[in-house]
Design a protein. Structure first.
Length: 157
């Protein structure tokens, strides 16, 4: 009998020997320079996302910067931080569907440039509705949507 697929919440709490700080390898150094890179644990990303209050937003890059500072690294890993924000979003939605009220407000975490994240539960439209219900104005930028003047309500960690 096949092993049951882990839930999003189980994935969120599976740290897989993370966090860890590693030297930036040659492949990444072309884009990110030299130094060290922190590969965060999923729960660390979730914890930062949980601290964004209604009326505020943050970006993946701000979360990466906070993780780098926490671990005394040069940068936070862009790949795993993005993946773990996606896991946190799906875990929060899974918890909401079970009736939990205190979920991670993942819709307040934006992509670079204040863009909405199409990979979050319900896609851009669901994120848009949640953000608008908190008073944010969403505008279209080409094919993408973003929070208007998001820099003015950006939460720094």
């Amino acid at each position: 009998m096949p092993k049951p697929k882990p839930t999003w919440t189980q994935k969120l709490h599976d740290s897989k020997d993370l966090p860890k700080v590693e030297p930036i390898d040659e492949r990444l150094s072309k884009r990110w320079g030299s130094g060290t890179l922190v590969i965060p644990a999923p729960v660390e990303v979730d914890e930062l996302m949980r601290h964004v209050p209604a009326g505020k937003v943050t970006t993946i890059n701000d979360i990466r910067a906070a993780l780098a500072e926490k671990h005394s690294a040069t940068i936070g890993c862009p790949i795993t931080t993005g993946i773990f924000s996606w896991v946190a979003a799906h875990a929060a939605e899974e918890q909401r569907q079970k009736g939990e009220v205190q979920i991670t407000p993942y819709w307040r975490t934006l992509k670079t440039g204040g863009l909405l994240n199409e990979k979050y539960p319900g896609g851009v439209e669901a994120q848009r509705k949640r953000l608008e219900s908190e008073g944010h104005v969403i505008v279209q930028k080409g094919k993408n949507f973003c929070v208007k003047d998001y820099e003015q309500v950006l939460m720094k960690f």
